[in-house]
Write a protein that binds this ligand. Sequence first.
Ligand SMILES: Nc1ncnc2c1ncn2[C@@H]1O[C@H](COP(=O)(O)OP(=O)(O)OP(=O)(O)O)[C@@H](O)[C@H]1O
Ligand SMILES: [Mg+2]
Length: 294
Amino acid sequence: MPVDPLAPDVAPVAPTASSRRLASVPAQPGVAKPDPILVVDGVTRTFGGLKAVDVAHLEVARGLITSVIGPNGAGKTTLFNLLTGFDTADSGTWTLDGVALHGKHPHSVARAGMVRTFQLTKALSKMTVIDNLLLGAANQKGEGMISALLPFLWRDQEREVVERADKLLDRFRLGHMRNEYAGTLSGGQRKLLEMARALMVEPRVILLDEPMAGVNPALVQSLLGHVTALRDEGMTVIFIEHDMDVVMGISDWVVCLAQGAVIAEGLPQAVGSDPKVIDAYLGSHAADDFGGTP
Ligand SMILES: Nc1ncnc2c1ncn2[C@@H]1O[C@H](COP(=O)(O)OP(=O)(O)OP(=O)(O)O)[C@@H](O)[C@H]1O
Ligand SMILES: [Mg+2]
């Protein structure tokens, strides 16, 4: 068998063990969950006349993988943008472990423990892989120009930060690319770099926007292994994904958005067979996602 250079250190485990905690939670939009880490209330965002996000109530269970599904344009990315401060909600509140995050900038949200990756990766191709990680950490922590201009402030932390970056590069099998330009990475490696960069701030919640999109199918399994490993280390993962086979295989809980609203949520099997969910996909001509097309 060929050696997979992106194989995770931790083998994927069946999600059933961790999702057992949610087994008795009814499959209803907005349902309360035991020990939620993130609670969203009345969040809306309109673009012109279009209501892109309209989430009345959503609780995300701690330490599990929650997948967010829904047809193209359902509002998944916009919801991530709002929750992480990259866009401003028209209304609504949300809390991370009881701490209000609405109105906060991305770096404050990151400092509070919640980070996201982007659907289109944001790796800076003319910077080295290691510098992407270091800069990403600095940006997310809100350490911009000032500390760059005052290196003595930065130096104290530098060794620890570089060590953390190198550990992450090793974990994601990118160590050999450390000093190469990020532009030379493959699509899959860029996704890993993006994940590593998000992990630099040691978040409690990580939001992944289609981490498998554009990745060579042979590497999808390894990426999934990395995602389950994060969950198994205690992190809460919120994961936007289109491929229903992937969603069924990895999720502890699934939330379906359509036209900005949560139309269904529940254990993967329940949501996958929910007629409202199937209708939402059929209505959007994206029913192929249900076939798990690559
Ligand atoms: N900056 C913007 N300006 C205007 N409309 C926007 C903007 N961002 C998103 N939209 C619209 O909001 C709706 C939701 O978009 P969003 O990108 O959140 O969907 P999505 O569920 O992530 O879709 P996909 O699965 O294709 O990534 C779409 O109709 C989109 O065209
Ligand atoms: Mg999107």
